[in-house]
Ligand binder design. Structure first.
Ligand SMILES: Nc1ncnc2c1ncn2[C@@H]1O[C@H](COP(=O)(O)OP(=O)(O)OP(=O)(O)O)[C@@H](O)[C@H]1O
Length: 516
């Protein structure tokens, strides 16, 4: 059977001594080699405490005992031979700061990381097969949306797309290496440059994506490539609400790049004609990992600590979305089902709930609070990124009168298209988050409805109060549906525009290139 193009695996790290000292508990249980459960502590509307188990299934799940070597054997080793068969192999480490990305990719003192094991196998094969191939290594990082060469004094680099649509990184140093020892020296140097970073603070490394590539070349011609990408801390995307402007901008860039990455991997998996690699500088420089013959492994690293529950769930949801569309007609996930959310007696067996009453809120209070403050979506409404205030202007490119006469026109269209992709990426994430909030809102309202219904059944109840509360609850439901419906309509309209623009762009591009 053909190996899937994408493999999504999860690695749970052990609790650190510090976390144990601070009495943080392990909330991630690895149930089998493909599934895990996150036990989240939650409060019901009536302030009862309970544990909600979120179950996830991946291609492989590694627990805290698993070594880098075992991960290498399962995820990377089977792909190395493909690199000698003109395939681009890419391995991503994703996860929040401190979840073990660098430990996995680069290793630590006396603990080799995945890249070193891959290099050993690459050199073994090179020595065995005399194919006239030579190995070159490059190592750079993307920090504040700029490329820096870690093997050349952090010199700033620029990515350019040539006429054949290949993306080249101008000035990137590639070092010829002929043994693992050579390679280790070069990479240790790059790592030490990375650690120092711009300000020297450790915080900085989690804000950059590090890209380490081993290229196999026949003369000047690229034959195969193995890339290891230690991504920026996934939670850094949330820095968009930070007070400092620069931090906010960096956060937005990280967010954009992680969203674009997800889209590119999914496009690769679905053999889509169009890969939205222009969505960020990260996906742009990794373009050749998303087109043609490629194999990708995404390792989602998670912390087991109770304190990191939200980030862990976010990382797993992201990883789940990367692989989700591979399955056609995927059954509705248990954790999302309304019956589950409503806590009806038909509980799925993998959802664990331990109910511990703390305070019980009297039904009258629920009625009062409904009358005072109708609880709508928790989330603030989505606002488009400032770079794209009026998405409809892009529609001008679809007018039959608009034709690209020159490469400059094409460039203008491509930039408009890129802005539209950015908007779509953020809208998609917003829609999914809003949908989750919508379900929470609905569940909250249904529970409130059940409470007032129970209340009105009691002798001597106040029907007027019941009517007012019910009216508000129904209005809230309608508003919540309208809100999500509007987002869905806008999103699907933009998707349609993007597809049409993309089609027209490639047609015009061929015409312009043929003309010149
Ligand atoms: N599987 C593991 N076994 C033992 N220790 C681990 C493991 N994974 C991570 N650690 C330890 O956890 C700490 C954080 O790991 P690491 O630096 O790799 O995180 P990171 O995700 O790369 O963080 P950042 O995004 O900040 O660079 C390190 O001290 C590392 O030694």
């Amino acid at each position: 059977m053909e190996r899937p193009k994408i493999q999504v695996v999860v690695r749970k790290r052990p609790l650190s001594a510090r976390e144990i000292r601070k009495s943080q508990t392990d909330i991630v249980s690895v149930d089998s080699i493909t599934s895990l459960t996150v036990k989240e502590e939650k409060l019901k509307v009536d302030l009862t405490k309970y544990i909600e188990g979120h179950n996830f299934i991946f291609d492989h799940v590694f627990d805290q005992e698993v070594t880098n070597e075992e991960i290498y054997r399962v995820c990377v080793e089977p792909l190395i031979s493909a690199a000698f068969d003109r395939t681009k192999i890419t391995c991503f480490a994703y996860g929040q700061t401190g979840s073990g990305k660098t430990y996995t990719m680069m290793g630590e003192k006396n603990i080799p990381g995945l890249y070193i094991m891959a290099a050993e196998d690459v050199f073994k094969t090179l020595n065995k097969k005399s194919m006239g191939l030579k190995a070159y290594v490059s190592f750079y990082e993307i920090y504040c949306n700029k490329l820096h060469d870690l093997l050349n004094e952090r010199q700033q680099l620029f990515a350019r797309e040539d006429a054949k649509q290949n993306v080249n990184i101008i000035g990137l140093k590639e070092w010829g290496v002929s043994s693992v020892e050579d390679l280790m020296k070069v990479i240790d140097f790059g790592l030490s440059v990375r650690m120092v970073g711009v300000t020297g603070a450790n915080d900085e490394s989690s804000r950059s994506h590090a890209v380490l590539q081993i290229s196999l070349k026949n003369g000047n011609k690229l034959h195969g490539k193995v890339s290891f990408i230690d991504l920026a801390g996934s939670e850094r995307g949330a820095d968009t609400i930070d007070n400092c402007k620069q931090t906010r901008i960096d956060g937005a860039e990280i967010n954009k790049s992680l969203l674009a990455l997800k889209e590119c991997i999914r496009a690769l998996d679905q053999d889509k004609r169009h890969t939205p690699f222009r969505g960020s500088i990260l996906t742009q420089v990794l373009k050749d990992s998303f087109v043609g013959r490629c194999r990708t492994v995404m390792i989602a690293n998670v912390s087991p600590s109770s304190l990191n529950c939200e980030h862990t769930l976010n990382s797993l949801r992201y990883a789940d979305r990367v692989k989700e569309l591979r399955k056609v007609n995927k059954p509705m996930k248990k954790e999302d089902s309304l019956a589950d959310a409503l806590m009806l007696p038909r509980q799925p067996s993998n959802t664990v709930r331990q109910t511990k009453p703390i305070v019980s809120v009297p039904p009258q209070e629920i009625i009062k609070s409904t009358l005072k403050a109708p609880s709508l979506s928790k989330e603030s409404s989505h606002s488009a990124p400032s770079i794209f205030k009026n998405p409809d202007v892009i529609a001008k490119y679809l007018s039959p009168n608009w034709q690209a006469k020159s490469e400059k026109d094409l460039q203008e269209m491509s930039e408009g298209h890129e802005r539209l992709i950015n908007l779509i990426l953020s809208e998609e994430e917003d829609l999914i988050n809003s949908h989750r909030n919508h379900i929470d809102t609905m569940v909250g309202i249904v529970k409130d409805e059940m409470t007032i219904l129970h209340e009105v059944d009691q002798p001597g109840s106040d029907v007027d109060e019941y009517i007012s509360a019910l009216k508000i609850m129904l209005e809230n439901k309608l508003n919540s549906i309208k809100e999500i419906q509007n987002k869905l309509d806008t999103f699907t309209a933009h998707l349609k525009t993007e597809e049409e623009i993309s089609r027209k762009f490639y047609k015009l591009q061929t015409e312009v290139l043929d003309r010149n």
